[in-house]
Every structure is written in structure tokens, then in C-alpha cells.
Write a protein that binds this ligand. Sequence first.
Ligand SMILES: [Zn+2]
Length: 472
Amino acid sequence: MQLFAPSIAFVDLETTGTRAAADRITEVGIVRVDADVRGGPPSIHEWSSLVDPEVPIPAVIQALTGITDAMVAGAPTFSSIAADIEERLADCVFVAHNARFDHGFLKHAFARIGRTFSARPLCTVRLSRRLFPDVQGHSLDAVVARHRLTVTDRHRALGDARALWAFVEAIYREIPADFIADAVQRILRIPSLPPQLPPDSLDCLPEMPGVYLFYGDNALPIYVGKSINIRERVAAHFSGDWRSETDLRLSQEIRRIEFEETAGELGALLREATLVKSLLPAHNRALRRKEEAGVLTLADGGVPRYVPAAAIDVAELALTYGPFASRRSAREALRAIAAEHALCWRRLGLEKRADGPCFQRQLKRCAGACVGVEAIADHDRRTTAALAPLAIPRWPFAGPALISERNAMRDRTDVHVLRHWCWLGTARDEGELAALLDAPPHPQFDIDVARLLLKRWKRRSLALVDVTQGLC
Ligand SMILES: [Zn+2]
């Protein structure tokens, strides 16, 4: 069996709680697997030790792990076994279930005794998710059940470390080795972070939806981005695979990273749009305030007229088409539609009023409204039909509507209040919601928000709830 690394340490810790900075380790279990250089079976060394946490263990944790205050009373302290642990983990890929948890606890435990600890953590939750994307549940219990692993001493450090090794042995029986090696490489691929950033910059970021802000030397951010997985997206900016020119500049200028979590993707998009517009980060070109954005209306029965965003009455959006980022992009869209439907450039306002055939007609691409071959009324009807796919749908409610986004892991719900394809605000609780609905601000048309909502509405993936019906 050719494992994905020559030396692998399967690690599990028992602790007094879940906060790496505040809680303590009560037990360490390590199963170290070293490949045999001549291709024989790997050598396996198991080791575990109770650790005196030097604080009481909460009763609920004692009940879960079976590790009691009495058991750890005579056990070595972390500082007395730190060197041993370091040696056992040396040169290994550090494998743990929710590796961030175990890795974080060890980092803090080492830091408390004035030493640094770093390893290449490989999370078996991520490995399981990557190898079996279609199955539900990647908790250790789910993994054990799915692969029929024989496990004793669950919730004790060595028992769980053995379960991880059993899991890896199982996947090598189920899946080709090169497939596993590829999955491990993808997970391990540590992006080359810009050297001026602290090395644990990524570890500090949550794998949650939200926005992230890159700062340079100044007080204002140089870039704002959003993602459904903040850490993964930030890592992608600095991964060697593919870097845009913007990413290269960001790598040079970045000094620190901040983030804000949101309950879901929509909230992240709305927050990004707001931050970019208020802070104007130098490297956010795409979302920068689009003064030129607007919609088209049909004047005079069938003559497209451009209405800039500032002049839009949002209550009248239903009779308009778009939205467009600029007058120019609206004209481009009109030209494409004219070409496809043999419409007249003169009637569409794409060229100056004059006598004689329009440019399109000279190329035999206009059905002839300009030269009386086609009746204006017929042409206007065709224009309306051709623009129909771009029509902004009527707001389907009498008042505001709500979209609720829930993040169960964070026990967080964001309720977005919307009206006329505009965003009025986001509430985190009943009080904020009542305040938003009590004095709804005059909706301001924002092309990015409108585009996002309309795109989802047309895909039927916008779960709007009429405010009068309350929240489900
Ligand atoms: Zn024409």
C-alpha cells in the first residue's frame, strides 16, 4: 500500500472544552504510520497519554469522554510531554478529524509554554467530503458507520486516532490510491501566502459565508470580496495555480485581513456590494459605484429611452428593461436585438433622425420601418416582443418581502428586507426587523442588488416571503 505521505500521524485530543485558547488538553492519542522504504507494510506506533489540564474538567465533558478529574490528577502536565509529542509528530502529515480543532489546541498548548508548533494538518472531514461528496454526514460516527470500521474506545484519544487510521485504510481498499493522493494534495495545498502576512492568517478565517477585507498600509481596505467559504476564497487569491493581475497586486500590497460572517450567500453579496460602494477599495473595479447604470423604457410606443439609475422611480421598474451597467451597454444590447430581429436602427434611436434608409436597411438587415416598408406600429410591437426577455418583472407583493437566510452551525439568521428589487436592509432579530418595516427607507435602485435578485428570481431560486405573512 503506497500511502499519500511517507509519515502520517493520526492525532486526537480530549479537552476540557471547545475553545482552543481557553480550554485545556486532557488526553493525547497518536497513531504514527511510517512507510517502509522497501515497500513492505508500514510500521505503526501507537502512543497516548492522559494530561493534567491543571483546571477542573466540566461534568458534561467528564460524562462524554469518561476522563475524570481523578484520572488526570496524577497525569503529566502538557509541558512535561511537549517534547515527546513534538518528536512523535515530526515530519508527519498531521491527520485529525476537524483538524483545525486539534491543531489549534496544540498550537495554543505549545504557545503557553513559550514554544511554537506548526504542522501540515489534513482534515479527515474534508477528505471524506472530497472523496464522498454525495453522502450525508462526515462526523466521525458517520464515517465509522459508513465504512464499517471496528472501533473501540470512541471519545478517547487513542480510540479516535485509531479510527482515523482505520478510515484511511478503508478508503485505500475502496478507492484507487492515485485518486486519494490527488484529494490529499488538493486539501494540503498550502497557498503561498504573501510573506508579509502572519503565517496563520488563513487559519484565523472561518469556513463560512461572509465578506473579507484586505488592508494595505492605510485605514481603508484595498479589496473587499465575498464567498460562501471565506477561508477557501481568500486562499484562492494567493494560490499558485492561477493568479489574476489583481491578485498579484493584492499579494504585494496586503498587510492584514479582516472578515465579517453572514448567514448565507445572499447576505454576503449584499454586504459586499454595500462595503464596496461605501469604502471604494482600489482593486474592486467590477463593483465600484456605477454612476452610469440604468434601465430602458419604451417611449412613444416603441422608442427605447435610457433612464439613469438616479432618475429611476423604483415603483415603475416593471415597465422597464435591463438593468444595464451603462448607456453604452444598453446600446450594445439594442444593436444585438436589432440585428437578430431586423429592427430599424433609426426607430430604435441608434442613429440620428434623417430621411432615407437606416444603416441596417442599407445592409438589408432592417425590415424597413425607416422607408415605410414596415408600419411603425408593427415595428414597435416587434421591438416590445424582442425586449421581453430583458423586462424587469413586476414586484409581486403589495409591500416589502423578506428573504430569510439561516446558518444552523452559527445559530444565525439574517432576514433581508426587499422591495421593488431593492434592498432595504437586513435584520438579525425581531426588533431590528420591526424597526426596518416600521420606517422603510425609500428604496434606492442599485444595479448590483437588482441584478442579483432578478437573476435568482428568473431561476426561481429566490425564496421571497410576503411581509404580511410573516416568517416561516
Ligand atoms: Zn431602418
